[in-house]
Design a protein around this ligand. Structure first.
Ligand code: ADP
Ligand code: MG
Length: 449
């Protein structure tokens, strides 16, 4: 292999740009005396490595934290950790048609700063059509159909936007690679280059990525470790609401959610999601109960419905919507073994109303009580909320953030709460709700039935 020759270049410590010649003044940021020499050795792939300087932490600490730019949608701001952080790389994933482009366009319009929307997927007319529908503010929004990575970076250099949306990562490509757009090598390479651009040029980049059920490995999931923030948009065609969830956030709480309503003129924030999820609530029907879920830091009350009926033939059916299937199996086993309800010949269906999906053991008590309520055909009072993790011995175990969950329930007029006794503390006792601490599921059953 031929020996690669080392070259000298000059790097600006203020803006990070590099130049082949030394200058007193940086040609890019116009700062004086910031250029210093560094050695670059060309790599096989032709990319140049820029030597980074080492800094004392004191100098880094003295740098003012970057400001957050409000996106115009407070739900999106919360999920981002308080607005859009400049220079951050964000991945927005979701299934096709869920509303990713809509959200991206809303954010471009809402920040009121210069934004570049790379629409590699749709024509400018299509984007314009959506922009008209969403009443987007066009003043500082620029569009481009560019799908070649170097072209996109050139546009960023020229336009100097504060936000760039790349819609979608599956349709942009680096023509230096001989693979098709959307292939793992393209996605990885484009993601890496966009990461470099966002850090070097201090521009926020929002990468849109389609997530399909089959393609979770080859799709944008690959970029998760690279980006600062991973947002997933969830929703169901059957409902108008969309949930924006932070799966990862280097600059804010994870599992934070924002809830929107999707209609013709775009996404609208839902200030009180509990009211929405309980809007069509069924009362005095056996098999339903209310559980205060916690999505990120936000409590949302959801109705849990269970239907238990005699299985007519074969293996009984177990079906669950919005909750872990295996955990439901465990709860049914607890019902049978610890509480003496015969479930072996019963079909069990459980549904968390409104399309919400929870991965929270605190839902156990509500699910097990709903299933028992349906089996016994006795309804659960309409003003009760249920909370608690259920263990294999039929015990009710402690849960997190009971106080917040109960505050939400009390605000919405619930009068009674059955909760794990181990979670009760002085703060919880002050909440205006009638507390019933329990140690075992059977204690809860005694109160309810
Ligand atoms: N004219 C319209 N009226 C109401 N809703 C619409 C209209 N056009 C599109 N939508 C909604 O927008 C969704 C598509 O949003 P979009 O942002 O393009 O999704 P994605 O980028 O995730 O594929 C559709 O599924 C539909 O719910
Ligand atoms: Mg789209």
């Amino acid at each position: 292999m031929a020996k690669l020759k080392t070259k000298t270049a000059y790097l600006c410590s203020a803006c990070g740009d590099d130049f082949p010649k030394w200058n007193g003044q940086c040609p890019t940021c116009k700062e004086w005396g910031t250029l210093s020499e560094f050695k670059v050795s060309p790599k096989k792939n032709g990319r140049i490595h820029e030597l980074r300087e080492t800094k004392n932490l004191i100098d880094v600490l003295s740098v003012e934290p970057k400001d957050r730019i409000p996106t115009g949608l407070s739900e999106a701001d919360r999920v981002l950790g308080g607005g859009l952080l400049s220079g951050s790389l964000i991945l927005l994933g979701g299934s096709p048609g869920v509303g990713k482009s809509t959200l991206a366009l809303h954010i471009c319009s809402g920040i009121n700063r210069k934004a570049l929307y790379i629409s590699a997927e749709e024509s400018e007319e299509q984007v314009a059509l959506r922009a008209r529908r969403l009443h987007v503010n066009p003043d500082q929004l620029f569009l481009s159909g560019e799908n070649e990575l170097d072209g996109i970076i050139a546009h960023i250099d020229r336009l100097k936007p504060e936000l760039v949306v790349v819609d979608s990562i599956q349709t942009v490509m680096n023509s230096g690679l001989d693979s098709l757009p959307g292939s793992p090598s393209q996605i990885r390479d484009c993601g890496q280059r966009l990461l470099e651009v966002s850090k070097q040029k201090n521009v926020s980049i929002l990468i849109v990525g389609h997530v399909t059920k089959e393609g979770t490995i080859a799709g944008p999931k690959m970029l998760e470790h690279m980006v600062d923030t991973v947002l997933y948009m969830e929703g169901d065609d059957r409902y108008d609401h969309r949930i924006l969830r932070a799966a990862k956030n280097r600059f804010g709480a994870t599992h934070e959610v924002g809830i929107f309503n999707m209609n013709e003129d775009g996404l609208h924030e839902i200030a009180n999601p509990s009211e929405m999820f309980l809007a069509e609530r069924s009362v005095n029907i056996p098999g339903t109960s209310i559980y205060p879920s916690l999505e990120g830091t936000r409590p949302i009350l959801v109705e849990v419905q269970a239907l238990v009926s005699n299985a007519n033939f074969g293996t009984p059916q177990r079906n669950v919507n919005g909750f872990d299937y295996k955990r439901l199996g465990m709860l049914i086993a607890v019902l049978e073994k610890r509480l003496g309800l015969l479930m072996g010949t019963k079909d069990v269906f459980v549904n968390l109303v409104g399309g919400l999906r929870v991965d929270d053991p605190a839902a156990d008590l509500s699910i097990i009580c709903s299933a028992a309520s349906s089996t016994m055909d006795k309804s659960i009072g309409e003003d009760i909320v249920l909370l608690g993790e259920v263990g294999l011995a039929g015990e009710v175990r402690s849960i997190n953030r009971l106080e917040q969950r109960l505050n939400e329930a009390a605000t919405l007029g619930f009068k009674k709460a059955i909760v794990p006794s181990a979670s009760v503390n002085d703060k919880v006792k002050k909440i205006k709700i009638d507390l019933h601490p329990v140690k075992f599921v059977k204690d809860a059953f005694q109160i309810l039935f």
